[in-house]
Design a protein around this ligand. Structure first.
Ligand code: GLC
Length: 409
């Protein structure tokens, strides 16, 4: 597909999925893109950041509104929900089919990968709008301080997720044992999730107890790589302000912890840490590669990630790379997962992260190959939620918002 055609198809999806109005529960104006009109009719945290980045190529003003709407959901504590139910009338139907951790009917009480400051920086760079930046900065400072205060109780620089959806990679096989998953299907996953939610029920209001109770406690590599990326952006956005030092130091601390605690030199991959005991979860998934998005990741490690995993046809180098789980994993499901997601198919958001990172680390050809394979997926199957890595068959939701990230690849 030519660039012009990609842009016009992406525009159709982003504008088609645009929701605008005034919320009846808080009187705030909203203007944002839903991930998909059918399956995901609300504002999701990291999706929204991806939509804003794609929109910088089409409609920078709408990119600002997307992020202002997301930041409009911030609580006084600094917390920003992973889902905001702007259109209340759609909520009951959605909740009859999905479960969401919440203490308020209008938004979730859980997080998603904290890419917000990076998205703000990109939108600021593309618009040069100082008032947008000035409005975003206090929200970002509060948000990243909230994460540090409540999600990093051992102060090692790694933040914790308390349920799999917080990491954005919901049913990844790396969580199977932690969830004591018996039935390997979406139904089995929902049953396990319900059990987890039940244990959280008495403590949902207590942010500290949620983490210290050590029920599902994962210092997740994908989340922390994105956390460090966000902290670096925030430090740059702050320029000469004194807080810039705080966030720059936080970013370095997170990278150091990823290297010291999550990197396994024998396997040559990064692993999540489970529990307050920080037991490595030795299962390679797309998440194990994610520290590559950090520009200051040592070159020797980048080389291992590229040579051992990304370009290996035993693992991630399939006809339409990069699968969410390597083909070498016994639980790899390349085809339709029937809702049991993040266990094989290729997603455009992870291809966006990794192709850009490869480019910046000097692997331009490899990066371009991932971009061109991603375009082929969209060409063949449209903007879908994810794709079969052998056939490029489109799977999951249709007209899916974040696949428009292709414009930024
Ligand atoms: C799925 C994905 C999650 C995404 C959401 C909305 O739950 O796992 O990452 O944010 O859908 O697209």
């Amino acid at each position: 597909m030519e660039r012009e055609q990609l842009e016009s198809s992406a525009r159709k999806i982003l504008l088609g999925n645009l929701r605008q109005g005034v919320a009846d529960w808080n009187g705030k104006e909203y203007s944002f893109v839903v991930p998909s009109l059918n399956g995901y009719p609300f504002q999701w945290f990291w999706d929204s950041c991806f939509h804003a980045i794609a929109l910088t190529h089409l409609d920078p003003n709408q990119a600002k509104l997307e992020l202002m709407t997301l930041m409009g959901g911030a609580l006084p504590s600094g917390f920003i929900p992973h889902i905001i139910f702007w259109e209340t009338e759609k909520r009951d139907y959605f909740l009859s089919r999905n479960i969401v951790g919440s203490t308020n009917p209008n938004y979730s009480s859980t997080i998603q990968p904290p890419i917000l400051a990076y998205a703000v920086e990109r939108v600021y760079k593309s618009t040069g709008d100082e008032s947008f930046k000035a409005a975003a900065i206090p929200v970002l400072i509060n948000y990243y301080r909230w994460l540090k205060l409540y999600r990093d109780p051992d102060q090692d620089g790694l933040i914790t997720v308390i349920q799999p959806e917080e990491a954005g990679t919901d049913c990844s096989p790396k969580y199977d044992n932690l969830l004591d998953l018996q039935d390997l299907s979406n139904e089995g996953f929902i049953t396990a999730l319900k059990k987890l939610y039940q244990s959280y029920e008495p403590i949902r209001h207590d942010e500290r107890l949620l983490v210290s109770s050590d029920i599902f406690h994962v210092e997740d590599v994908l989340v922390n790589s994105i956390y460090a990326l966000g902290l670096q952006s925030l430090a740059r956005l702050l320029g000469n302000r004194p807080e810039a030092i705080e966030f720059r130091d936080d970013a370095s601390k997170t990278l150091e912890a990823l290297l010291n605690k999550c990197w396994d030199p024998d396997v040559g991959a990064f692993f999540d840490l489970s529990g307050t005991s920080e037991t490595p979860v030795k299962i390679v998934t797309i998440s194990s590669l994610m520290p590559i998005i950090l520009p200051d990741l040592p070159k020797s490690i980048v080389e291992i990630l590229v040579n051992k995993w990304i370009t290996s046809d035993k693992h991630f180098w399939l006809p339409y790379p990069l699968p969410s789980v390597p083909a070498s994993n016994a639980k790899f499901i390349p085809g339709n997962p029937n809702g049991f997601i993040w266990r094989g198919p290729t997603w455009i958001n992870t291809n966006w992260f990794i192709s850009r990172a490869l480019y910046d680390h000097g692997y331009q050809d490899l990066s371009e190959e991932i971009v061109s394979k991603s375009i082929q997926c969209i060409d063949q199957s449209g903007f879908r939620e994810y794709y079969n890595p052998y056939t490029a068959e489109g799977l999951g939701a249709g007209d899916f918002g974040w696949s428009t990230l292709i414009l930024d690849m």
